[in-house]
Write a protein that binds this ligand. Structure first.
Ligand code: CTP
Length: 425
């Protein structure tokens, strides 16, 4: 349970924040909504009050005896502004405090997350770019908007990430702030020994600011005919958790997603692929500029020798309908590319889902693939694919083993990035 402030500025995406509010409340958090006055043109005060169970004000003149413009910011564990309009970003960057939301942003000493949403032209305007850079320099977490359909028919960067993604961001930050198992409640001090992340970011040593990372996620599909494919159970959850976590550490994140049906991870660019060969091409193209490459995707080792143009019949007219040929090994080729192109500093990470994990086999697989780290996680019997939890042992090229106990896929992602950040230093 944490004390969260949900700031809402005047963008059409304000309606999505009603869902975010619900998710936060269902997770047990106490949420105070602070809309700007104009935001109420999109979603009215009764909606925020009813869903949050808390009073709603936009100005500093309501309940003056409580000195809300100072108290709310001071006592919050996390502030998230969604959507953050160009106007709100400008006022926050200038340190203005004319309404309750901007005053709260000035008094908050907890992590502040800003989720911009606006038309592409406004997002790309040099004024907005400069405001975002300044806010980030001061420690705010600004989530790059998603690309996609905006109001009306136009598309481009400027969309608010889906509420589920913003919720995941809040949960990830709160988990960093108040480690699991710790009973510290909202508003109280975290005991010494725990990192209180004043700016809401990770310690400098684990930061990925200025780094570019490329992550593959999901499961490839190999078409047999126009209606059938060979596939696997991978959902992309672990890859998306890694993407979200890297974005929150300041990295520029690209996800190469094979058949993932989850909302795009907040702050990441998503390149969609279907087959192993598509993924091979996309990963090698993206890897050229990356500081770290992580292969979480479940890649089909084999594909049909030929894809039939018509539906395969069982009448025997195609005698061996699923004759297979081997796919390229993407991880192996990524490690090879790095050596060939003199990018020795790039960190290459593989994942291996095994039904019977074995340290010797893991180390041998790591060597065969040529990667720096191999995250081996047990699958089967309710573990791994599709589940919210994961556990693993991370093997390194140097022979070390880092066990990651069973926990959320987000928690596993944090350990992987800690190990990657240490190698990048
Ligand atoms: N991988 C890949 N390209 C392939 C197969 C796997 O890049 N054609 C990557 C996966 O994304 C993963 C790692 O290699 O990061 C290990 O995958 P795994 O299936 O365990 O490796 P395989 O080489 O297929 O070994 P096995 O024979 O045990 O299945």
């Amino acid at each position: 349970m944490a004390r969260v402030i949900l700031g809402v500025s005047a963008g059409i995406a304000a309606y999505k924040s009603a869902s975010l509010l619900r998710l936060l409340r269902e997770a047990g958090h106490r949420v105070r909504v602070i809309p700007t006055a104009d935001a109420l043109r999109f979603v009215g005060e009764p909606t925020w009050a009813a869903l949050s169970g808390e009073p709603v004000a936009t100005d500093v003149w309501t309940a003056v005896d409580e000195v809300a413009h100072v108290r709310l910011g001071q006592s919050a564990d996390l502030v998230i502004v969604a959507p953050a309009t160009a106007d709100l970003l400008a006022r926050a960057a200038a340190g203005m405090s004319g309404d309750l939301l901007t005053a709260t942003l000035l008094t908050a000493r907890c992590p502040v997350v800003l989720a911009p949403a606006m038309h592409t032209e406004m997002w790309e305007h040099p004024a907005t770019t400069a405001n975002v850079a300044l806010l980030r320099k001061r420690g705010a977490i600004v989530i790059d908007p998603a690309s996609g359909r905006l109001t009306g028919a136009d598309t481009g960067p400027g969309r608010l990430p889906d509420p589920e993604e913003l919720f995941a961001v809040v949960q990830a930050l709160l988990a960093r702030l108040i480690p699991a198992g710790n009973t510290v409640l909202a508003g109280n001090t975290v005991p010494a020994g725990n990192t209180v992340l004043a700016a809401g970011t990770v310690p400098a040593a684990a930061s990925l600011a200025g780094r570019r990372v490329v992550i593959s996620a999901g499961g490839t599909r190999e078409e047999l005919d126009p209606v059938r494919f060979l596939g696997n159970w991978s959902t992309g959850k672990q890859g998306y958790a890694l993407a979200r976590s890297a974005a929150l550490r300041g990295a520029e994140v690209t996800v190469v997603a094979a058949n993932v049906e989850l909302p795009d991870p907040a702050g990441a660019r998503v390149v969609r692929v279907v087959s192993a060969r598509d993924m091979h091409a996309a990963m090698l193209a993206e890897a050229g500029i990356a500081d770290a490459v992580v292969m979480t995707a479940a890649v089909a080792d084999f594909r049909p020798v030929a894809r039939s143009d018509s539906k395969i019949k069982k009448d025997g007219s195609q005698p061996d309908p699923i004759a297979l040929t081997e796919n390229p090994d993407i991880l192996h080729d990524l490690a090879g590319r790095r050596a060939r192109e003199g990018q020795e500093g790039q960190v290459v990470v593989g994942f291996a889902a095994e039904t019977d994990p074995d340290p010797q086999a893991a180390q041998a697989k790591l060597a065969r693939k040529g990667c720096d780290l191999l995250v081996v996680n047990p699958v089967g019997n309710g573990r791994g694919f599709g589940s919210a939890d994961n556990e693993a042992v991370v093997y390194s090229r140097e022979g070390s083993q880092t066990p990651i106990p069973r926990g959320s896929k987000e928690a596993l992602a944090e350990v992987v990035w800690d190990l990657v950040a240490a190698r990048l230093r």
